[in-house]
Ligand binder design. Sequence first.
Ligand SMILES: NC(=O)c1ccc[n+]([C@@H]2O[C@H](COP(=O)([O-])OP(=O)(O)OC[C@H]3O[C@@H](n4cnc5c(N)ncnc54)[C@H](OP(=O)(O)O)[C@@H]3O)[C@@H](O)[C@H]2O)c1
Length: 143
Amino acid sequence: MVQQGVKNIIFLNRSLVAGEAQETFDEIRAMGATVTPDQGSASNRNDVKRALIITGLPIRGIVNSALVLRNKEFNRLTVEKIHATFAPKVEGNIYPHEECLALGHTLDFFVMLSPLTSLSHAATAVLLLGSELLHERVCLLPT
Ligand SMILES: NC(=O)c1ccc[n+]([C@@H]2O[C@H](COP(=O)([O-])OP(=O)(O)OC[C@H]3O[C@@H](n4cnc5c(N)ncnc54)[C@H](OP(=O)(O)O)[C@@H]3O)[C@@H](O)[C@H]2O)c1
């Protein structure tokens, strides 16, 4: 993305940036872009709100690559484990979408990464399509 001209990137994730992620940030900065890490969760509305205004710049695109895995046999899955897995894929898409609308950010793209077998992004897309809030074009591509 930086090679294609992106100048400013905000990274929202729950843990402190360290190790390989820090090295990646350094590489991106060496390419001339700014990187703003923000510690928080994509499935927490207040964290999303803060991340969207942290640089004061308009937001032009969102990539949701958040993933939580709680792999278990079906009969050992609990509601908590299912929610932990779905939250970054469902609320993690809905909150950025709604908060961008509220802030007046006009997005060029909103990418939702997910394995083909995951139904959660499809469910989110249906929810968004079912609402009158959908401004982005939704395109489901297998990864
Ligand atoms: N790896 C694959 O084979 C594969 C295949 C197809 C699709 N994908 C998709 O590609 C994306 C990235 O996969 P990956 O394998 O690179 O995953 P990963 O290494 O497990 O990284 C997932 C990241 O999501 C962050 N995260 C989790 N919950 C979050 C939340 N609520 N808010 C903000 N950040 C959160 C985690 O950081 P914190 O824990 O610090 O928040 C972590 O850095 C995912 O969307 C996945 O579904 C992966």
